[in-house]
Ligand binder design. Structure first.
Ligand code: PLP
Length: 392
């Protein structure tokens, strides 16, 4: 087994207890789960919440309408607290793509306008812009990478063009694991009157965010990875000043004022809600949001800062251990969140060794991607480092 590098911070979370209570399968040897960047595991409390909700739903009269909608209200509040937003700025969504499509199709854009995205973006932050550009007539400008990495200086200088209206970036690159400086990019956008759109799915959880301090206009985030929530959950944050400017697309029957009163549905008044709920697509998967509520309650109880510090300790151990073995690091040490991306000499063989050691990981763009979370122990890291090692 590999020695743990000595420079590590002490554990900030009691991962052992957390595993026992919420992820009991992790102590059976079934899997060293380092693949949250693909799909987050569900805490037991989240599974239970979904089951309880679904059990009631099986006999729908047991599930009052108030309880049904309260499930969503609770999650909106939890998400607002998590990112320092007002609850009126949160629209629940079923994935990340919903928010990115909202941006691409509803931000005021047309011929002569330019939208900037860096290269290396996950397709969820590319195809909506390509499709909308073709219909709406704006230009999509992709900024090439520099030595395989996000080129922030080039992105920043692109913003000086007077026709740029929007910058859309991933907070954390899905393949490189590199963290974009949201404060620097957002401030540059704000100074130039450019809208700043963020795909946060690989960032929120391993990192913390306070949107009252970082000038983001629209943020899209699925719940299925770092928020440890069911598929079909997520949210879009829309800055309050922008909510009123955007007409929802697509249009939901509950996006309008007065639609909570089911006894007056036929008055057909197309006046949008004042808050971000105008963007929600009811009917949402209520049972999945019941699960998300429990997952977020767990993350809140652990503390967003403690989770981030724990993930940072584990990613540092992985990076240090891999570097000690001479494996090329793709993720820059200074800009790491939860993804550790490595380029071993033979990624295929390394992946096979990780599989043999039951280390769940992913292979992305020729790199090995490892992603620990709040439940990851030092022992997990040691097993992974051992499996990474080329036998002499
Ligand atoms: C950066 C990034 N954005 C978006 C997604 C997924 O988008 P959606 O939630 O719409 O499926 C992923 C991964 O699946 C991702 O890594």
């Amino acid at each position: 087994m590999q020695r743990v590098p000595p420079s590590l911070s002490p554990d900030v979370l009691d991962a052992t207890r957390l595993r026992r209570d919420e992820f009991p399968w992790m102590d059976t040897g079934e899997s060293i789960y380092l693949n949250v960047a693909s799909t987050g595991p569900l805490p037991e409390s989240s599974v239970r919440a979904q089951e309880v909700f679904t059990r009631k739903r099986a006999a729908p009269h047991r599930l009052g309408q108030d309880e049904q909608f309260e499930t969503l209200t609770i999650v909106r509040r939890q998400l607002a607290t998590l990112i320092g937003a007002d609850v009126a700025e949160i629209a629940l969504a079923t994935n990340t793509s919903a928010g990115l499509n909202l941006a691409a199709w509803t931000l005021p854009l047309g011929p002569g306008d330019v939208v900037v995205i860096p290269d290396l973006e996950f397709p969820a932050n590319v195809y909506p812009w390509m499709a909308a550009a073709a219909v709406r007539g704006f230009t999509l400008w992709r900024i090439p990478v520099n030595e395989g990495m996000l080129d922030e200086p080039a992105v920043l200088s692109a913003l000086d063009r007077p026709d740029v209206r929007v910058l859309a970036v991933s907070w954390v690159g899905f393949a490189t694991g590199a963290v974009a400086h949201l404060d620097v990019l957002g401030t540059a956008c704000r100074e130039r009157g450019i809208r700043f759109v963020v795909d946060a799915i690989q960032g929120l959880g391993p990192l913390t965010l306070d949107v009252s301090r970082v000038p983001i206009d629209l943020l899209a985030c699925g719940g299925q990875k770092w928020l440890l929530s069911p598929w079909g959950t997520g949210f879009t944050y829309v800055r309050r000043s922008l909510v009123q400017e955007l007409a929802p697309q697509p249009v939901s029957w509950m996006g309008v004022r007065g639609s909570d009163d089911f006894s007056r549905l036929l008055s057909y008044d197309l006046t949008w809600r004042d808050d971000a709920r105008r963007f929600e697509q009811i009917t949402l998967p209520f049972q999945d949001f019941a699960g998300m509520g429990a997952s977020l309650a767990l993350l809140h109880a652990l503390g967003a800062n403690a989770v981030a510090a724990h993930v940072h300790a584990r990613t540092t151990e992985l990076l240090d251990g891999a570097a000690e073995q001479g494996i090329a690091l793709v993720t820059p040490r200074a800009h790491v969140a939860g993804i550790v991306s490595l380029r071993p000499a033979d990624p295929r063989r390394t992946s096979d060794r990780l599989d043999a050691a039951r280390v769940a990981h992913s292979v992305r763009e020729g790199t090995i991607r490892l992603a620990p979370h709040c439940y990851t122990t030092r022992d997990d890291v040691l097993v992974a480092l051992d499996a990474l090692r080329e036998s002499p």
